[in-house]
Write a protein that binds this ligand. Structure first.
Ligand SMILES: Nc1ncnc2c1ncn2[C@@H]1O[C@H](COP(=O)(O)OP(=O)(O)O)[C@@H](O)[C@H]1O
Ligand SMILES: CC(=O)N[C@@H](CCC(=O)OP(=O)(O)O)C(=O)O
Length: 258
């Protein structure tokens, strides 16, 4: 079975032009079929603040009103997605940019209002793999932004970490699927201020402890939740760390295991 690498890059890499260029140069060289997912949350926050639109996050997820939806659509599906695709083309890596509306690739439903009203945030209902498979079969790399749609003309904001795990799961029958969350830290840290305090292995049991003692908080909450969701759905390898872990297995990082 062929290996498919599903790789999510974090906001701090996107925000740093040198880090992004260097990552994309290396990413372009990866030989196996691959899918790239990006967010752009930090850039969206910066733009919203400049436009005097209030930014509200809850447990690592953005509460998305109509104005915020406009901003994140422009930032994620526009500026960030097209910039990444152009930079990949410059590295001879043919790629096509996607939102979930493109090719009807990722269908979601507006998150029901419970204790919190998240607004225009979508929970993934279905990933339609055939159109993505056509690209992979032709050596073309799909690049996904953190936007989905509900098949009724409504775009929805979906966390990039969730898009990555859902894509990895959707392809887990056709490929040996590996899911990588790349960000600016060496992995999940015991002490957020100490990049040497990487927790190298997290399993279902230690995950619960780390949740309870608050080690996993903010943006790490959706990341870890999605890791364990992917683990339960036949994704073969799940890692969190710096992009260098993609090219050298000996680089310290966090592995999620049963
Ligand atoms: N235990 C932890 N280990 C590493 N990072 C952590 C931890 N707890 C919180 N974080 C924060 O989570 C952030 C990653 O989540 P997020 O802001 O959503 O970024 P990304 O765009 O990479 O998904 C890190 O930049 C870090 O500041
Ligand atoms: C619903 C929700 O929270 N969506 C995220 C999507 C972007 C994202 O995931 O960006 P990072 O990967 O850079 O954090 C948001 O708007 O922040």
């Amino acid at each position: 079975m062929q290996t498919l690498k599903v790789i999510k890059i974090g906001g701090n890499i996107i925000d740093d032009e040198d880090a992004l260029n260097s990552f994309l140069e290396d990413f372009a060289q990866l030989k196996s079929p691959k899918i790239l997912i990006h967010g752009g949350g930090k850039l969206a926050t910066k733009l919203a603040q400049e436009m005097n639109v209030e930014v509200v996050m809850n447990e690592g997820r953005r509460i998305t009103d109509a104005k915020t939806l406009d901003i994140i659509t422009m930032v994620y599906a526009g500026k960030v997605n097209k910039t990444i695709v152009a930079k990949l083309q410059a590295n001879n890596c043919n790629s096509v940019g996607f939102s979930g509306a493109d090719g009807n690739s990722i269908v979601s439903e507006k998150r029901p209002i419970q204790e919190v009203d998240y607004g225009f945030v979508g929970d993934v209902k279905k990933v339609n793999t055939p159109i993505i498979q056509v690209l992979l079969d032709n050596g073309i790399t799909p690049v996904f932004s953190a936007i989905t749609h509900d098949e009724n003309g409504q775009l929805l904001n979906t966390n990039g970490d969730t898009i990555a795990s859902e894509l990895a799961i959707a392809f887990a029958k056709a490929y040996r699927t590996e899911l990588y969350y790349c960000f600016e830290k060496n992995g999940v840290l015991k002490d957020i201020n100490d990049d040497d305090s990487v927790i190298e292995n997290i399993n279902t049991e230690t995950y619960q402890t780390l949740l309870k003692d608050g080690t996993i908080s903010d943006g790490m909450l959706p990341k870890l939740k999605n890791c364990f969701y992917a683990l339960e759905h036949q994704v073969q390898k799940i890692c969190i760390g710096k992009p260098a872990m993609l090219f050298n297995e000996n680089i310290t990082h966090t592995t999620i295991q049963k």
